[in-house]
Design a protein around this ligand. Structure first.
Ligand SMILES: *Cc1c(COP(=O)(O)O)cnc(C)c1O
Length: 439
């Protein structure tokens, strides 16, 4: 494919954009249960305004763009207060994965500098986000996974047994993505700080929701900087912070830690070059939109949205528990949860739901369907439950085995992990080729 020789008109370009975008999943209608956290048309308008006003700014140059310096430092300061330590410091990043990469790099470099550890390891729950494994691969840190207990929270004694003189970081999630359970953070943090090991809490998904859940009077297991020994927290503005994609935070209790995150080179002909996070040029639109969103919503706005989510989550969970053949795994702490069945192949239910236009994600180990509830789902609770009951009745009557589709589908039944990995690599390869062929 070549560039169009004369360029297309703005109308033509817009028409092609609209045509492509209308083929996407119906995220605004709550038909998917991950990826998009839609807070309503008013918030969307605020995000669009802020993103487009700041579209040409670049976070690489805080001196040229004093606006972004202000926006970022205010987002970080407001986040610090939400996380229970107003004095905490940090940075904005492009997303949860980058925040986690930064936490792992910081811990690795601190251990190398202060303890002479050259073969770093980290101990984390099997339910921790794959971004930690990605960080481990990228940064040369060995990841040691601890199993979960029956309550789907990490087994802290298994974590303790996995600690060695090379351990540079211990991790807990608040909550983890697959089951929505918060790990026993006080126990993990205590085990870590006893040995002068940093403890990172991954609150990418929970960081902007749990504080409001608690303010609404619900009991929330301790997870934030109020827990002694918690040294860093990742919290995504672009999840329950409702910001535009490309905005997260990585926060540290102790300013001395964050120095290990920074990168600087002094002998480049282009001049002195310093950068706090992974990215070089940083999209100012995402930073400005996160700032605008937090200021527009304020405490009251986040509380109102959290209340909506509490109601929708309860409605969905009650309805699912009352549906014969279905069960919710563990006792999820907030608005993410997994649904399984002892009676039928849950992936067959996923296909039956897909045929009716609903797309919860498929999980493995154990097989389950995944739900992440947002304000967009508040409007569809009854409609979804009606469809779910129909689909379940259908599956119970007809039974059947899943034909398997998508990555998870192909993974099911394969016991050789190397082979599974190749299937996923082939899958990504296929997607890439498909994208190329589509051009
Ligand atoms: C989403 C998520 C991440 C990763 O965030 P990205 O923004 O997708 O990179 C990490 N941890 C948890 C618990 C998450 O839910």
């Amino acid at each position: 494919m070549n560039l169009p020789p004369d360029g297309k008109s703005r109308d033509q370009v817009n028409a092609e954009l609209d045509d492509a975008l209308t083929k996407d999943a119906d995220w605004m209608g709550g038909r998917i249960w991950s990826l998009v956290y839609y807070a309503g048309d008013d918030v969307a308008a605020v995000l669009r305004d802020a993103y487009s006003k700041a579209i040409f700014t670049n976070g690489l140059g805080p001196d040229a763009f004093k606006s972004l310096k202000k926006f970022e430092s205010e987002v970080v300061a407001m986040t610090a207060s939400l996380l229970g330590e107003p004095e905490a410091i940090g940075n904005m990043t492009s997303g949860g994965t980058e925040s986690i990469l930064m936490a792992v790099k910081t811990a690795r470099d601190r251990a190398r500098e202060e303890k002479g550890i050259s073969e770093p390891e980290m101990v984390l729950p099997v339910s921790a986000h794959p971004a930690f494994d990605k960080s481990a691969q990228y940064l040369g840190v060995k990841a040691i996974h601890a199993p979960l207990g029956d309550d789907l929270r990490v087994d802290v004694s298994a974590m303790q047994e996995a600690i060695t003189p090379n351990t540079v970081l211990m991790v807990g999630s608040a909550p983890n993505f697959p089951f929505g359970t918060i790990d026993p953070i006080p126990e993990i943090a205590a085990a870590a700080s006893e040995r002068d090991i940093p403890c990172h809490v991954d609150a990418c998904v929970g960081g902007f929701l749990l504080p409001f859940w608690e303010r609404l009077g619900h009991e929330v297991r301790p997870w934030d900087f109020r827990v002694p020994g918690v040294s860093s927290i990742s919290a995504d503005c672009h999840k329950y912070g409702y910001a535009a994609r490309g905005a997260s935070t990585i926060m540290y209790r102790d300013p001395a830690y964050r120095r290990y995150q920074f990168f600087a080179v002094t002998d480049w002909p282009g001049g002195l070059y310093g950068s706090p996070t992974m990215t070089g040029s940083r999209p100012g639109g995402a930073i400005a939109a996160a700032w605008a969103c937090m200021n527009y919503l304020g405490e009251a706005g986040y509380l109102r949205l959290a209340e909506k989510i509490v109601g929708a989550t309860k409605g969905l969970q009650d309805g699912i528990r009352a549906t014969p053949g279905l069960k919710i795994l563990g006792e999820p702490d907030v608005s993410l949860f997994a649904v399984g069945s002892d009676e039928f192949d849950i992936y067959v239910l996923s296909e039956a739901l897909g045929a009716r236009g609903w797309f919860p994600d498929r999980q493995q180990l154990p097989p389950s369907l995944h739900f992440m509830v947002t304000p967009a789902h508040a409007a569809i609770v009854d409609e979804f439950l009606t469809t779910l009951r129909e689909a379940v009745a259908d599956v119970r009557e007809k039974g059947g085995k899943s034909t398997g589709a998508g990555v998870y589908g192909s993974v099911v039944g394969m016991s050789d992990r190397g082979m599974v990995r190749n299937v996923i690599m082939d899958f990504i390869d296929g997607l890439t080729r498909e994208r190329e062929e589509a051009k």
